[in-house]
Design a protein around this ligand. Structure first.
Ligand SMILES: [Zn+2]
Length: 251
């Protein structure tokens, strides 16, 4: 029959500190794994927004170009009409007819001038839009450069962290073996109840390293003796002395 080794409180505390350090590393990896894809998807959203803007500008440019073509046709039509009326005016029979035709000619000339002004305005607008388009294209190219860089970075980090994560998971499993079940249960319960995942904390500057509640000197000396598992009255975390916390190292 295998004999179960009896661990001292000090050994149990050291094992807890070790497990906490491994789990904290795993927590940090999870945060990293969550942040990087978010950065990438934020960039992808930005690029999508810029591309939409670029497409809108291109549509506007098409609209203005079409408008200019229409106005050019209007000028041609007006010119043709002027020519037609001028020819007609050669064959007028009286003053009234002559004046009526002259009025038509003036009208068409005015139409032509108006169309020319519209074209000038539209060309100015076109130049503005072309500038905006150029700018949007540059912004997209910049963001795409950053995105590609980030994606490469992310890929590398994912590969590295996967290996690291597997290693830490393995040593966490090993660290759990042979640990006191009740202590492990408390550890997991406390860890789950705090967002930063800290269940075992050192006493730092006379205070709990988890909630910063001050620890009385009497309690601190008990913690230093390592004869009992001590918890913070305020947050319930397991307290260890700073020296023990610093002595435990993980690879
Ligand atoms: Zn506390």
């Amino acid at each position: 029959m295998a004999t179960v080794k009896d661990y001292s409180v000090e050994e149990k505390l050291a094992a807890l500190v070790k497990l906490q350090k491994i789990d904290s590393k795993l927590d940090a990896i999870q945060i990293l794994k969550g942040e990087l894809p978010m950065e990438v998807s934020d960039l992808e959203d930005e690029i999508q927004g810029l591309t939409n803007r670029k497409n809108r500008i291109e549509e506007e440019i098409n609209g203005i170009t079409e408008f200019i073509e229409q106005k050019k046709n209007s000028i041609k039509e007006a010119e043709a009409l002027v020519k037609k009326y001028e020819k007609q005016s050669e064959a007028v029979k009286n003053n009234r007819e002559f004046e009526a035709i002259n009025k038509e000619i003036e009208m068409q000339q005015l139409e032509g001038k108006l169309a020319e002004k519209h074209i000038r305005d539209a060309n100015e607008e076109l130049a503005e839009k072309a500038k905006a388009l150029e700018f949007a294209k540059k912004q997209i190219a910049n963001k795409e450069g950053v995105l590609n860089h980030k994606k490469g970075e992310l890929q590398k980090i994912i590969v590295d962290t996967e290996k690291e994560e597997a290693d830490f998971n393995k040593i966490a499993m090993e660290a759990r073996k042979g640990m006191d079940d009740r202590l492990l249960y408390s550890y997991d319960r406390i860890r789950k109840s705090y967002r930063n995942g800290l269940a075992v904390v050192p006493v730092e500057r006379d205070a709990c390293g988890g909630c910063y509640n001050s620890i009385p000197p009497q309690k601190q000396s008990e913690i230093k003796q390592r004869k009992k598992v001590m918890v913070c009255e305020n947050c319930g975390r397991i307290l260890v002395d700073d020296d023990l916390n610093n002595a435990v190292e993980i690879k």
